[in-house]
Design a protein around this ligand. Structure first.
Ligand SMILES: *[C@@H]1O[C@H](CO)[C@@H](O)[C@H](O)[C@H]1NC(C)=O
Ligand SMILES: *[C@@H]1O[C@H](CO)[C@@H](O)[C@H](O)[C@H]1NC(C)=O
Ligand SMILES: *[C@@H]1O[C@H](CO)[C@@H](O)[C@H](O)[C@H]1NC(C)=O
Ligand SMILES: *[C@@H]1O[C@H](CO)[C@@H](O)[C@H](O)[C@H]1NC(C)=O
Ligand SMILES: *[C@@H]1O[C@H](CO)[C@@H](O)[C@H](O)[C@H]1NC(C)=O
Length: 475
């Protein structure tokens, strides 16, 4: 193969790439739209390209993004181009688009006319982009989306963060034009975007969705029942409702009953109350449940029966009167627990986090019989470094991983002479500590020796037998 051929080949490739990228930029950012110097920065090791406020002059800078697998565009206003229509792409451009390596595209700080978005998505049907992210964008206007009907998009993961748009209610028609694509989408995130409702019809379009993240929005108890109506999100496995306006534990339970595949539910940072008692059962498939930072004074029931991971950190729990046979990970940091003997109710426990509670003593006897336990973190508790207390923690440190806080954040609060001393540094030799545990076996051994001696020596040395009995009494 001659070098001129290679040269020509790669030049063609670059030219086609430039045309394609120009087309993309024309679409995505609008030529000459943004004032000032903008350009792209390509990190070859990470295959990551970031472009800021591209202008007509700096446009050629985008050529270096061609080999990137992640490309980000930040800054700009596309409103002027709302009326733009993409004519059908030439075959050479389509070929080029198909060879691009890009897997993920991020658009940030942009004003996007929805009409243009529809056009852009059509363009992406020729690429291998799997993940599309819009961050801090404003979508304006409406598109009828009909052009997208029947189009297939390679995108599996679609994320919107801090975006504004017209409310989703009323968009059902538009969504149904997109259904060919939307039913293959696997992950959808719409976070920090003031979402107040998810109409039932929208959920029914997302037939293949595995993961829905609607954290940090304004969903209320009443919004959930229609969102998770019959037939909505039938394959959903992971649902995050973190930091919304949910209040009733039972009402949330009632609303999610039809999600038969749900495995992971995040309700963290909603202020929950038990509300009216109900016999609601959570989906049997639920394995991971996050109730962190939900203002709980007590454990709300019922809990999903097959849980493997339960996070109730950052609440006001004083006790934990539940038992879960399959639980493997229990997160209880930052509560008001004093007593940890409840661990016996979780026989399969592997990971237990108890940092920053009010626990004076870790129950070594209860913990050591948990055969699967490998990771216990319990820093920042007011430890009672009486001999048995400190010894229990030191023995635990030999058995499991005590986390990054060990030994620095395991500090004695009592008795006075050990206040402020690290638990690790409290002297707890076996003889100093548990006197009963040490002395009883010594007595038994001595007594046995004495009996044996007595038998061996028979009555002939009765004086020695007397001395031995004195020794046992003395110990
Ligand atoms: C590319 O990214 C790597 C890893 O984050 C970083 O160490 C390196 O400095 C970056 N290179 C350039 C040229 O910025
Ligand atoms: C959210 O997006 C707006 C623009 O739409 C921006 O001004 C604001 O800084 C963004 N907020 C955060 C926290 O990123
Ligand atoms: C949701 O809660 C936040 C903070 O608690 C509050 O500011 C906001 O008004 C609430 N939104 C709705 C729709 O209730
Ligand atoms: C639960 O949610 C909190 C706050 O949203 C988060 O920090 C924590 O990692 C989550 N826990 C699990 C087990 O995912
Ligand atoms: C610390 O533990 C010892 C031995 O169990 C007990 O006698 C003592 O009262 C405890 N001190 C505090 C402050 O709880």
């Amino acid at each position: 193969m001659s070098s001129s051929y290679v040269g020509r080949g790669s030049r063609d490739y670059l030219e086609a790439g430039l045309i394609a990228m120009n087309a993309a930029i024309l679409l995505l950012l609008g030529l000459g739209l943004v004032e000032g110097e903008g350009r792209c920065f390509f990190n070859r090791t990470e295959e990551h390209c970031v472009c800021h406020s591209l202008s007509q002059e700096s446009l050629s800078s985008i050529i270096q993004c061609l080999p990137a697998s992640v490309v980000e565009f930040w800054g700009g206003d596309l409103e002027r181009y709302a009326a733009l229509t993409i004519s059908d792409l030439q075959p050479s451009v389509i070929d080029m688009l198909e060879t691009l390596n890009i897997r993920k595209l991020v658009f940030g700080d942009l004003l996007v006319p929805e009409v243009l978005l529809a056009q852009v998505l059509k363009f992406f049907s020729y690429t291998q982009v799997q993940e599309l992210v819009f961050e801090s964008c404003n979508f304006v206007g409406r598109s009828n989306w009909t052009e997208m009907a029947g189009q297939n998009l390679p995108i599996l993961n679609l994320r919107f963060h801090n975006v504004t748009s017209a409310p989703l209610t009323g968009h059902e028609q538009g969504f149904s034009s997109l259904s060919g694509w939307l039913e293959t989408l696997q992950e959808l995130a719409v976070t920090s975007s003031h979402v107040t409702a998810l109409p039932c019809a929208i959920g029914r379009v997302f037939r293949g969705l595995r993961s829905l993240d609607v954290a940090q929005n304004s969903l209320r108890d009443e919004s959930l029942m229609p969102a998770f109506c019959e037939g909505a999100f039938p394959q959903l496995q992971l649902l995050s409702l973190q930091r919304n306006n949910l209040t009733s534990y039972h009402s949330v339970c009632e609303s999610l009953q039809l999600l038969h595949e749900l495995q992971h539910l995040d309700l963290s940072e909603n202020k929950l109350i038990a509300g009216l008692a109900s016999s609601c059962q959570w989906p049997m498939s639920l394995r991971v449940f996050n109730l962190s930072g939900t203002g709980l004074d007590e454990v709300l029931t019922p809990l999903p029966p097959n849980l493997e991971v339960l996070d109730m950190s950052c609440n006001h729990l004083r006790t934990l009167d539940i038992s879960l046979a399959s639980l493997k990970m229990l997160f209880l940091s930052q509560n008001m627990l004093r007593d940890v003997s409840f661990v016996r109710n979780f026989p399969r426990l592997e990971i237990l986090h108890l940092d920053y509670n009010l626990i004076p003593e870790l129950p070594w006897d209860e913990l050591r019989i948990l055969g699967h336990l490998r990771d216990v973190t319990a820093a920042g508790n007011p430890y009672n470094c009486s001999c048995s207390g400190a010894a229990g923690i030191q023995m635990l440190a030999g058995m499991v991983h005590l986390g990054p806080g060990w030994p620095r954040d395991y500090v004695c609060h009592s008795p006075p002479r050990y206040q402020g001393v690290l638990v690790k540094d409290v002297p707890v030799s076996v003889l100093q500590c548990n006197s009963a545990a040490v002395i009883t076996p010594i007595c038994v051994i001595l007594a046995l020796l004495c009996v044996a001696g007595a038998v061996y020596l028979a009555q002939s040395r009765s004086g020695l037998f007397q001395a031995c009995r004195r020794a046992v009494k003395g110990s």
